[in-house]
Write a protein that binds this ligand. Sequence first.
Ligand code: HEM
Length: 175
Amino acid sequence: MVLGCVRQLLVTGMVAPSVFIGNMFVHLSGDPALAALLRADPSRIPAAVEEFLRLYGPYRGMARTAREDVVLGGRLIKAGEPIALVYTSANRDERVFPDGETFQLDRPNLTRHLAFGGGVHTCPGAPLARIMLITTLAEALARTSAFEVSGETKMASWAEWGTNSVPMRFTAAAR
Ligand code: HEM
């Protein structure tokens, strides 16, 4: 149990942020206007990270087993049945996030996404991850005047959703 907990902390703590950071940089490379906006006003970086988490959360979903009969969305799930919770789909649910496929910095319900899961197994690393992701993006924007994807992007196959490798070209900011 102890080894499992330590392994879980190390593996998810390393893999999820690196996959997600690649996802953020691919998006920003294709949207230099957004990168410029965030460079000009770094106070909006936390909101941008939150919207990136909604759009590009690296975990597609998790499995659960129903403990009792329950009706969800008009469908009966019986006790003992396995269920796949597809967070990436929920995060683009148009009933919750109108125009869910697009990046919007000013969503009123910006933090309602499920990139960190939900319930008793909600990601315990979420506060640390948010600090890490905001700091990474803030530093990268502050130290550059531009950046772009400079080669072939490689995607993770399973269980993460997103990039494994993103070659980038950075232009240093004038001092
Ligand atoms: C981009 C960053 C991260 C994302 C998107 C993320 C996302 C998730 C998700 C979706 C889950 C499953 C929640 C569920 O079952 O409903 C999870 C679980 C977990 N995460 Fe993270 N995570 C991130 C970073 C981290 C970091 C930095 C750590 C540790 C330092 C960490 C440690 C864990 C652990 C230990 C669990 C298992 C919790 C449990 O099963 O009770 N995660 N994470």
